[in-house]
Design a protein around this ligand. Structure first.
Ligand SMILES: Cc1cc2nc3c(=O)[nH]c(=O)nc-3n(C[C@H](O)[C@H](O)[C@H](O)COP(=O)(O)OP(=O)(O)OC[C@H]3O[C@@H](n4cnc5c(N)ncnc54)[C@H](O)[C@@H]3O)c2cc1C
Length: 495
């Protein structure tokens, strides 16, 4: 039995290829209501994943099989299959999810052990179980794994059919609509189309355009949600990118444009995907604890939700922050720099614990990936002990990333008639628009105070010792070609 999880494809699918070689295949997907009741999950995430399950169901049907879809716990699904078909071998991809999926996987392993059922797990990302791989060997191992040949869809599969192939709706899982207006198209054909258009058309300005939500919307790959659903494998994206890199390198100089730097930069991000996931895999507690434990409790949970609510609803009184939040709410996606700015604003200006603001963002991201999200959230909050402290100015980012003001005016229509300074800093007007809130905090004063507190901790001997230990466990040992030039790293610190 092939248990499909977040690997919803037939191509380059190690578990499916292995099962098909060894006998009949029963393909299973389980929609788990207990997972979808967690505070980091949401309607938009299921809507996207559901589309990817439907796409897989079609692919399997086109190959003569039927995807068995069940609603409930995985153990219940396995019980019912065992009762109908007798013993089987279970195969799946290894998952680095949140604490809940980690416990679920342990329970499934226990279920199999109790019944003498073999459960084989296959690696799908450049992520190794726990701390089984020496961090110094990680980058080389990633390259090796991603360079292995892609596994084709097995040419002959003897399918076993069981139960219904109806995919539960959001209502079946008790999920309420969450304000998503413009959900990205899910499923394998959409994923392939997205990859193709990025590599051949949209991606040329990637390196420059990725920083702004205005240009990033089309110039970024937009593959993140497809990775989460597993509609594409990391290896096929990596290999397609290498092929394109080779192709553009041979173009006449006049036609090459900025493609070479775009491809190089994108390949770096593919490494980051797994580099971050490896952190959570090595230390699952960092879903709720800072990597540097010294920072634990630094930002206490506030007595009321006023600041968190203002942040979550895009009502902070900072036009560009609110525009980004409202855009994210409507689309389920925003570019990296604006994610970093949102987390910086919540952490430094509002002094909210990243666990709280991170949960708000997790629900809003269609591409919520715990292994990237939690390490990134605490990194942007300055609690890893190994990364530079980056406090983004919400005002400067507005001027830099939305120079025309169109994005801000569109998402904050209360300010539709304003431009320039009046738009990004409406509190400086003699008569600010009454329909828009005043700033909930003073961004300069709060940033100053936050830096003081963080640096006071970072300068202690204890912090230095802890940071060495964190670096040993989680730090990046980048291959030389992916290192950021010193000048750029310095510029990033002055964000
Ligand atoms: C606070 C915060 C939370 C984040 N949460 C998530 C999350 O839940 N899920 C998620 O996929 N990404 C997350 N990111 C990373 C990054 O913002 C997104 O991967 C990216 O914006 C997705 O858009 P894209 O696919 O067009 O990216 P591209 O720029 O086209 O990058 C291609 C792929 O590389 C990987 N990648 C890119 N940037 C990063 C990064 N900084 N760290 C790790 N991997 C990266 C992603 O898999 C991405 O799909 C987070 C970043 C921050 C600052």
């Amino acid at each position: 039995m092939v248990w499909f999880k977040r690997d919803l494809r037939m191509n380059d699918h190690a578990a499916l290829a292995n099962a098909a070689q060894n006998g009949c295949v029963l393909p299973l997907y389980v929609a788990e209501p207990n997972y979808w009741a967690l505070p980091d999950t949401s309607y938009r995430q299921w809507k996207f994943l559901r589309g990817a399950v439907q796409s897989l169901r079609k692919d399997i049907a086109d190959h003569g099989g039927r995807l068995c879809v069940m609603l409930g716990s995985v153990q219940e699904a396995l019980d019912s299959i065992l009762a109908t078909h007798g013993k089987f071998r279970l195969v799946a991809h290894m998952e680095t999810g949140n604490a809940w999926t980690c416990e679920r996987d342990k329970a499934v392993r226990g279920w199999c052990l109790d019944r003498g059922i073999v459960f084989d797990e296959f690696q799908q990302y450049g992520v190794w179980r726990g701390q089984s791989l020496d961090r110094n060997k990680w980058a080389k191992s990633w390259d090796k794994m991603m360079s292995e040949p892609l596994l084709p869809v097995p040419s002959q599969i003897s399918w076993v059919a069981q139960g219904s192939d109806q995919v539960p709706t959001a209502a079946d899982l008790g999920l309420d609509r969450d304000g998503i207006v413009d959900l990205q198209a899910p499923g394998r054909p959409a994923a392939l189309q997205t990859l193709y258009s990025f590599l051949n058309d949209r991606g040329e300005p990637y390196q420059k355009a990725m920083s702004s939500p205005v240009t990033g919307e089309t110039a970024c790959s937009r593959l993140s949600a497809h990775f989460v659903a597993g509609s594409l494998s990391m290896r096929e994206v990596y290999q397609a990118t290498l092929a394109r890199q080779e192709e553009v390198a041979h173009l006449p100089k006049s036609e090459r444009g900025t493609w070479p730097s775009a491809m190089k930069s994108f390949i770096g991000r593919l490494h980051w995907h797994c580099h971050f996931m490896q952190k959570l895999e090595a230390e699952p507690e960092i879903e709720w604890l800072p990597m540097a434990r010294l920072y634990e409790g630094l930002r206490p949970i506030p007595n009321d939700d006023a600041l968190l609510n203002a942040f979550a609803t895009g009502q902070t009184g900072y036009p560009f922050v609110d525009a980004c939040m409202r855009y994210l709410k409507a689309t389920g996606w925003i570019n990296f720099r604006m994610r970093a700015m949102l987390m910086s604003f919540a952490s430094y200006n509002l002094w909210l614990p990243w666990q709280q603001s991170g949960e708000v963002l997790a629900r809003l991201f269609t591409d919520y990936e715990p292994g990237i999200h939690w390490p990134q959230s605490q990194m942007q909050a300055g609690e890893t002990g190994i990364n530079a402290v980056r406090v983004y100015s919400p005002v400067k980012q507005g001027y830099d990333q939305d120079p025309t003001g169109d994005f801000t005016r569109h998402w904050v229509p209360e300010l539709a008639s304003l431009e320039g300074k009046a738009l990004q800093e409406p509190w400086t007007l003699d008569q600010p628009p009454a329909a828009y809130p005043k700033p909930i905090v003073d961004h300069q004063e709060t940033a100053r105070e936050a830096k003081k507190r963080i640096y006071a901790l970072r300068r202690t001997d204890e912090a230095r010792q802890e940071s060495e230990a964190v670096f040993k466990k989680h730090g990046s040992r980048k291959p030389r070609e992916l290192r950021q030039p010193r000048k750029k790293a310095k510029a990033a610190r002055n964000a």
